[in-house]
Design a protein around this ligand. Structure first.
Ligand SMILES: Cc1ncc(COP(=O)(O)O)c(C=O)c1O
Length: 393
């Protein structure tokens, strides 16, 4: 039987958390910066009526992040904004005044010199950091966990970064990047927070709110009833849920956080529910590489713990099912190329609607023929070999 564990919470079971971090004011600042970046355009929000019919819900929307800046994933939204905020700080001027053009102006370049940004990544975040460093005229050093796909490494190198695959798992690779930053005086741009390292991850989360803000505009007044958010360290899920909780309050969609069963640190932390985070260690052997993180981001956890309605821990089967559902559309639906970490929400939705053993979960979430479900395909085929294998191409 394919792994599928879940925990559903009653609304209001946990006290609300502050939402300023990902609120409208911060989201607007991030969006204004992104709008000035070369190649910026909102990614499509695609309605899939054929899939909705097949699964027995009223509506399915998929935000397709494969088109983001030509990088095949949403991640550059975070890295670029955090790096820009950091450069503006060094220049002693607000980013609102400088914008992308101001950061690249000759006076700014001269004052800043050539800085080095360092990070650890499963692939997408590092590619975003490498791209941002190149766009802003600085240097990037990127470390990847053992087992990372060669294609993902090459994509980072293609942006001019120095990149290598280490012998460590994801969380230990983060510690390596942090040590390297300290030793060499580099700036660590990590997409996860821990006690004492919160400012840059907060800016990264604010960068992610741009996609949530785009969705709100693209919905043209409609509101989803359900939302599936995949989590690695949880910064993405926390940013999106935080933005929607601020925007819609109690009218926000019923939101499920989805993780691979091999890296389900949020699910385990929610299950324990004693105020302490639970880590997953060792090799997290899932093809959902972007979600193979064993230690939750501390600042996004505050939001997820307060506002998420369910935590799901699922096997790779659901990711593969989602990749196929989106990659081989129903007649009339648009095809979405969705990679391992991007497609799991679609696979999970199908599982909940179609598997008898998940009837209880379907009822607890209120997923029925009136449901209007929002999914975010956070990456395209970032590992093409595996994509072809899963789709049988
Ligand atoms: C494609 C994709 N989706 C989702 C995530 C999850 O983001 P987070 O680690 O902030 O939870 C990642 C993280 O790398 C990713 O690459």
């Amino acid at each position: 039987m394919e792994a599928f564990n879940y925990l559903v919470r009653a609304r209001g079971e946990h006290p609300p958390a502050p939402l300023e971090l990902t609120g409208a004011a911060q989201a607007e600042r991030a969006a204004a910066f992104h709008a000035g970046l070369p190649g910026y355009a909102p990614t499509p929000l695609v309605s899939l009526p054929g899939l909705a019919r097949k699964l027995g819900v009223a509506q399915v929307w998929v935000k397709d992040e494969s088109e983001r800046f030509g990088l095949n994933a949403f991640k550059a939204l975070g890295g670029s904004y955090a790096m820009a905020r950091c450069l503006a700080d060094r220049l002693g001027r607000p980013l609102e005044e400088l914008g992308y053009a101001g950061l690249c102006a000759p006076e700014a370049r001269e004052k800043l010199g050539r800085l080095t940004f360092v990070t650890a990544t499963d692939g997408n975040h590092g590619r975003g950091v490498a791209w941002s460093a190149r766009m802003l005229g600085h240097r990037a050093v990127v470390y990847m966990p053992r087992g990372s796909a060669q294609e993902r490494l090459e994509n980072i190198r293609a942006q001019g970064a120095q990149a290598e695959i280490t012998e460590y798992n994801y969380d230990d690779t983060v510690r390596l990047a942090s040590r390297q930053a300290q030793e060499h005086g580099w700036t660590l741009v990590q997409d996860t927070a821990w006690p004492g390292y919160e400012e840059i991850p907060a800016h990264i989360m604010q960068g992610y709110t741009t996609l949530a803000r785009e969705i709100a505009a693209q919905l043209e007044g409609e509101r989803p009833t359900h939302l599936f958010l995949q989590a690695g360290v949880g910064s993405f899920a926390g940013a999106v849920l935080g933005y929607f909780a601020g925007l819609w309050g109690e009218e926000r969609p019923v939101t499920a956080v989805v993780e691979p069963d091999k890296a389900d640190c949020h699910y385990r932390s929610a299950l324990a529910d004693d105020g302490k985070l639970r880590f997953v260690t060792g090799d997290m052997d899932s093809m959902m590489a972007g979600l193979c993180c064993g230690e939750p981001c501390t600042i996004s956890w505050e939001i997820l713990n307060a506002y998420a309605d369910a935590f799901l821990s699922v096997g790779d089967f659901y990711s593969a099912a989602g990749m196929r559902l989106l990659g081989r559309p129903e007649p009339g639906d648009r095809r979405i190329v969705s990679g391992e970490s991007g497609a799991v929400g679609a696979g999970v939705l199908a599982g909940i609607m179609q598997e008898e053993r998940l009837d209880g979960l379907r009822r607890a979430l209120g997923l029925d023929e009136c449901a209007r479900v929002l999914l975010i395909s956070t990456e395209g085929d970032t590992d093409r070999e595996n994509y072809r294998r899963v789709l049988g191409l």
